[in-house]
Design a protein around this ligand. Structure first.
Ligand SMILES: [Zn+2]
Length: 75
């Protein structure tokens, strides 16, 4: 299997509690400080603490298609 730079792939150690994660498919960005209304995720929930059934609220993609994103890339 090909791996991609910055891919999540279940590697929690690369992701800190305030790391933003971007969906590779639809570019939805999960921001821990905002949580996620769709899945009723409370604010300040790190990506790594999301429930196993969580997936992209925008395109229904799985968590493993998310990659880390630099905060300087988003406003
Ligand atoms: Zn998506």
């Amino acid at each position: 299997m090909k791996t991609f730079e910055g891919s999540y792939l279940g590697d929690d150690e690369k992701i800190s509690d305030d790391t933003c994660m971007e969906c590779k498919i639809c570019h939805y960005v999960y921001k821990p400080e905002e949580g996620d209304d769709y899945w009723q995720i409370e604010k300040n929930t790190p990506f790594t603490k999301l429930p196993d059934h969580w997936h992209c609220p925008n395109c229904d993609g799985f968590m493993d298609q998310f990659m880390t994103i630099d905060r300087s890339d988003i406003s």
